[in-house]
Design a protein around this ligand. Structure first.
Ligand code: LLP
Length: 419
């Protein structure tokens, strides 16, 4: 266990909170709040660290688009050499528009529609990670009708507790994902016999924000053992796709470092002789993003709590409301005011619209600005129009310059879909 390997791209410069030297108060003044800001350097450095941790071990990194699929971010990730994991027809289409070839896309998802399966087979994606015997049969039928052979992997549910939040744990038998381990061997043999399928891999993704390595290594070892057993039966798979899931430090405390993570996976799969695929999302982009917000009101209930009301809320960043997720909140400007305890809340009419309880912030006043940290993953992508709130703009800082990569939505944008 080491300190998080994130860099100090976000830090104070003369009491002004900055990203790669760009004072975020300036960005907030120019673009308005709420607003997401991403530091390209963080993504670059993290991608390189993950890639280099493999050394000479054959591997492929398929960025999980669901973590953040804003076009400017996807293009950045593509420029680094990452391929992608798509979880819907929309994400596949987005990847193509970002310049990816179908052979650079793996397609995962628990409820792929016939139209999505057609799309994936027609395009010839690298692998469809199949969720069930029924889905394999449907892919086989679609491929045969096209005179094609679809590359598939079986998603295995290894019944391993990821020890993360229950809403984002996916590897237990009671979760809806994949095929139970005890049926997986037979399902693979059946897939290998189907003329429309080419069984190229095995897949597992046991959850997200995982901060202990044993469950991840356990799932990897389970897939490796299954691959060996299949090889013994004459079915050789090319790759093991170990999913995503490596957690980040939201509170500044220690989490497993990326080199330890990779060496645990490599160790667990060494004798399977397969290429390793990973689908990292959060680890690559969460620490690269902050959500900027402005204080709109401060109210102190008599003898009670001090509420600091922001212009950002659960429609911009859902994680605290949905998972009681912790995100650090820091002032954009430090000016020596003493810290006071406050509950930092959003403007939406839900008590779950709370970003932080009992936080220490320098005596906030309306007009002050704050940054909610580590919101580069599962932030903007989970924004909604609840309360007819427009989705926030996104800014990318790169090499000391910044640009808007997604403008703020307008009410007209929102109403464009309505008759
Ligand atoms: N591969 C598959 C098949 C996945 O379902 C996921 C995430 C990933 C890869 C990427 O996992 P990561 O490396 O980001 O942990 N909205 C939640 C997280 C949901 C994750 C869903 N699957 C949150 O805000 O914490």
């Amino acid at each position: 266990m080491t300190r998080p390997s994130s860099t100090n791209v976000f830090d104070y410069t003369q009491d002004r909170f900055a990203c790669d030297g760009v004072p975020l108060g300036d960005v907030a003044a120019a673009v308005g709040t709420p607003c997401y800001v991403y530091g390209a350097r963080v993504v670059r450095e993290r991608y390189r660290a993950l890639d280099e941790a493999f050394g000479a071990v054959p591997h492929a990194l398929h960025y999980a688009l669901k973590a953040n699929s804003t076009m400017g971010v996807v293009r950045l990730v593509r420029s680094l050499g990452a391929q992608v994991d798509a979880n819907s027809g929309g994400e596949i289409e987005l990847a193509l528009r970002a310049g990816y070839a179908p052979s650079q896309v793996v397609f995962t998802g628990v409820g792929k529609t016939p139209a999505e399966l057609e799309q994936a087979v027609r395009l010839g994606v690298r692998t469809i990670n199949a969720e069930s015997p029924g889905e394999l049969a449907r892919i086989d039928e679609i491929a045969r009708a096209r005179g094609a052979r679809a590359r598939v992997a079986l998603r295995v549910n290894p019944d391993i507790d990821a020890r993360s939040h229950p809403h984002i744990s996916t590897g237990l038998r009671r979760n809806k994902f994949g095929v139970a381990l005890e049926s997986a061997f037979d399902v693979c043999l059946d897939a290998a016999r189907r003329p429309g399928l080419h069984l190229v891999g095995l897949h597992a993704h046991i959850g997200s924000q995982i901060t202990t390595l044993e469950p991840l290594a356990g799932a990897a070892a389970t897939l490796a053992a299954l691959a060996r057993r299949l090889a013994g039966a004459g079915v050789q798979v090319e790759h093991l796709d170990l999913g995503g899931g490596l957690g980040v430090s939201y509170d500044g405390g220690p989490v497993p470092d990326v080199a330890a993570y990779v060496s645990a996976l490599v160790e667990a799969t060494r004798d399977a002789g397969c290429l390793l695929i990973l689908e990292p999302g959060r680890w690559l982009v969460a620490p690269a993003g902050v959500l900027l917000a402005t204080v709109v009101d401060v109210k102190v209930h008599p003898g009670g709590r001090r509420f600091v009301v922001l212009d950002a809320g659960m429609t911009d960043l859902l994680r605290p409301a949905l998972y009681s997720a912790f995100h650090r909140i820091v002032p954009l400007q430090r000016d020596g005011r003493p810290d006071v305890a406050c509950d930092v809340v959003g403007p939406v009419c839900e008590s779950s619209d709370t970003f932080g309880v009992d936080r220490q912030l320098p005596d906030p006043a309306p007009g002050d600005r704050v940054a909610v940290l580590d919101t580069g993953a599962y932030g903007a992508v989970m924004a909604s129009n609840y309360n007819r709130r427009v989705t926030p703009p996104e800014v990318l800082v790169d090499g000391g310059r910044w640009e808007i990569i997604r403008r703020r939505q307008t009410l007209d944008d929102m109403l464009a879909c309505e008759s």
